[in-house]
Design a protein around this ligand. Structure first.
Ligand SMILES: Cc1cc2nc3c(=O)[nH]c(=O)nc-3n(C[C@H](O)[C@H](O)[C@H](O)COP(=O)(O)OP(=O)(O)OC[C@H]3O[C@@H](n4cnc5c(N)ncnc54)[C@H](O)[C@@H]3O)c2cc1C
Length: 464
C-alpha cells in the first residue's frame, strides 16, 4: 500500500458504499436524535456511483416485500430532525399511501435517492464530514489507531487515502458465478448438466433480464416449464414475476416449480391471525419474542406470501395450479426429471457479500470468514466483520445485503431463524444503531489501549 504517497483525509468513521445499507447507520442515528453527534465525530461516505441512497435497489422490476409504510419509516426521528422536511415530500406521501401494501422497487429506490440527496447535504454541511461520490474504495489497511482506506476517483484514476477510526463495509452483494459452479442438486452439478438453460435469479429480476426472459419463453410457442431452485424470497419473487407479470407467456398447470430445501414459511403478525387461518406449523421458537410475530424473519410477505399461500392451499386462498412446490432431498429421481424437462432453470440461491480487500498493520492480506465457504457470514451478531479464524476484526463493521447479520435478543426475530436478514428497516433502526453505538463509544470500549484513548480519535497516524 502506498498511502504515504497520497493525499489523506481524516475522519471518525468511513462508510464504504453509499447504498441503502451505507445510509442505514446514519438514518438509525437520525431516528434516535444522534445524527449531529455522529457527524461531529466525522463521517466520510465513499460511493463509486454518482449518487448516494438508492444503491442497486431500483434495478429490480418487482414489488417490494416490505410495505410502503416500512420504507417511509426511515424518516422517523425527532420532530425537528435534520430530515424532517422530507416527511412531506411527494415520494414519502406516495409510500405512506401504500400503507401495509407493497410498492414497486423502482419507486422505493427513487424515494431512497431523495433521502440520499438530503443526507448528502446534511453530511457535507458538517465540518468534519464528507461524501466522495464517483470514488471506489480499493482496500483498507489496519493502523495503530484505526484504518487507512485507499480510494480511487473513477473518472481520473487519482487515488487518496482516508484515515479513520472505524470502517463500515456497506458494499452490497452479488451472485457469483463461481458459487453456482459448485452447486449440486440431487447429486448432480447444476452447471455441468444444465448450464445451457441455467440462469441466476438476478438475471431474471432485473428490468432487462425480465424482458429477455419473457421473450425467450414466448418464443417457445408452447406453455413453458420453468424450475426455480431455492426457497428464499427471491425464489418466490421470480415465480410471481413469471406467473403474474409476463403477459406474453402462458403457463399450464405445474408450469413453474419451486424446488426448495427448507419448509416454505408464512409470516403472520401474531399467533391468533395464524391460527384463524388454520396455520399452525410453528412452535414457540418461531415466534419473535419482541413483536409476537410468527416467522418474522423467515416468513414470506406480501405478494410472495399470497402466491405461496395459494400454492399451499393456506387460509382459504384460491389455488394456483400453475405453481408446483417440490421439496428437495425426498425423491432425487423426480428432481432430476423436473430439471431435465425444464426449458429454463433459475437458481435463486441468494447473494454473497462484496466486501473488499483488508490488510493487517504489516500489510498482510486478512482472510475474511465470508471467503471461506458459500454460506459463511461477513459479520457477527454485533455487525463486526469476522476474520477467517472466526475472530471479530477491531473497528471494522459490515452491514447490508448478504452480510449475514442475524438479529437476536432485544433486536427480536424468531430464535429458529437461520439465514440472512436482508430487510432495510432493521438496518435503519436497531442494527444501524449497533454501529452508531460503536462509533460514539470511547476508545477503551473498542479495545484501544489507555494511551491511545487519551490521544483522541483523530490521533496522528503514519501510513503503512
Ligand atoms: C431482488 C431484491 C429485492 C429486494 N427487496 C427488498 C425489499 O422489498 N425490502 C427491503 O427492505 N429489502 C429488499 N432487498 C434487500 C436490500 O434492501 C437491497 O438489496 C438493498 O439494495 C441492499 O442495500 P446495500 O447497500 O447492501 O447494497 P446495494 O444496494 O448494492 O448498494 C451498495 C452500494 O455500494 C457501492 N459500492 C460497492 N462497492 C464499492 C466500493 N468498493 N467503493 C465504493 N462504493 C462501492 C455500490 O455502488 C452501491 O451503491 C431486496 C434485495 C433484492 C436482491
Amino acid at each position: 500500500m502506498e498511502g504515504d504517497k497520497l493525499s489523506s483525509d481524516r475522519t471518525g468513521v468511513a462508510i464504504i458504499g453509499g447504498g441503502p445499507a451505507g445510509l442505514a447507520p446514519l438514518l438509525a442515528a437520525h431516528r434516535a436524535g444522534r445524527l449531529s453527534a455522529l457527524l461531529k465525530e466525522g463521517v466520510t461516505v465513499v460511493e463509486q456511483s454518482d449518487t448516494i441512497g438508492d444503491g442497486t435497489l431500483g434495478r429490480w422490476c418487482i414489488h417490494s416485500d416490505s410495505t410502503g409504510f416500512t420504507f417511509a419509516d426511515c424518516l422517523a426521528g425527532p420532530r425537528d430532525g435534520e430530515l424532517a422536511a422530507l416527511r412531506s415530500h411527494p415520494l414519502t406521501k406516495e409510500l405512506l399511501q401504500m400503507r401495509e401494501g407493497p410498492v414497486s422497487l423502482r419507486r422505493a429506490s427513487k424515494f431512497l435517492a431523495a433521502v440520499g440527496q438530503a443526507m448528502n447535504e446534511v453530511i457535507t454541511a458538517a465540518p468534519k464530514s464528507h461524501v466522495f461520490t464517483k470514488h471506489k474504495a480499493i482496500s483498507t489497511q489496519r493502523t495503530r489507531t484505526g484504518w487507512l482506506t485507499i480510494v480511487k476517483n473513477v473518472d481520473t484514476g487519482k487515488e487518496h487515502s482516508i484515515d479513520s477510526r472505524i470502517v463500515v463495509l456497506a458494499t452490497g452483494a452479488s451472485q457469483p458465478a463461481e458459487r453456482l459452479q459448485r452447486e449440486i442438486v440431487a447429486g448432480v452439478n447444476l452447471v455441468e448438466h444444465w448450464g445451457g438453460k441455467l440462469v441466476q435469479s438476478g438475471d431474471v429480476l432485473s428490468f432487462t433480464g425480465c424482458a429477455g426472459t419473457s421473450t425467450r419463453l414466448a418464443k417457445l410457442g408452447r406453455a413453458p416449464r420453468v424450475a426455480i431452485i431455492g426457497g428464499s424470497t427471491s425464489a418466490a419473487a421470480v415465480a410471481d414475476l413469471l406467473l403474474n407479470h409476463m403477459p406474453n407467456v402462458s403457463f399450464a398447470p405445474g408450469g413453474v416449480t419451486i424446488l426448495h430445501r427448507r419448509e416454505l414459511r408464512i409470516y403472520y403478525p401474531n399467533v391468533n391471525a395464524a391460527l384463524a387461518d388454520g396455520y399452525a406449523e410453528f412452535g414457540s421458537d418461531d415466534i419473535c419474542p419482541v413483536s409476537g410475530r410468527v416467522f418474522r424473519l423467515a416468513g414470506f410477505r406480501l405478494d410472495s406470501r399470497e402466491l405461496i399461500m395459494r400454492a399451499r392451499g393456506i387460509g382459504g386462498r384460491a389455488p394456483e395450479p400453475r405453481l408446483r412446490l417440490h421439496r428437495l432431498g425426498m425423491d432425487d429421481t423426480a428432481t432430476l426429471k423436473l430439471l431435465d424437462d425444464a426449458d429454463l432453470i433459475i437458481a435463486a440461491l441468494g447473494y454473497r457479500p462484496h466486501a473488499m480487500p483488508v490488510f493487517d498493520e504489516m500489510g498482510k492480506r486478512v482472510s475474511l470468514l465470508a471467503e471461506t465457504s458459500p454460506q459463511a457470514p461477513l459479520v457477527d451478531d454485533r455487525c463486526r466483520v469476522i476474520d477467517g479464524s472466526g475472530n471479530p476484526i477491531p473497528r471494522l463493521f459490515g452491514i447490508g445485503l448478504a452480510a449475514g447479520f442475524v438479529p437476536r435478543g432485544k433486536l427480536g426475530g424468531e430464535p429458529s431463524f437461520r439465514g440472512q436478514a436482508n430487510g432495510l428497516w432493521l438496518w435503519q433502526s436497531s442494527v444501524g444503531e449497533l454501529i452508531v453505538d460503536s462509533c460514539l463509544s470511547p476508545y477503551r470500549e473498542l479495545g484501544y489501549s489507555n494511551e491511545l484513548a487519551s490521544g483522541g480519535h483523530l490521533a496522528q497516524i503514519s501510513a503503512a
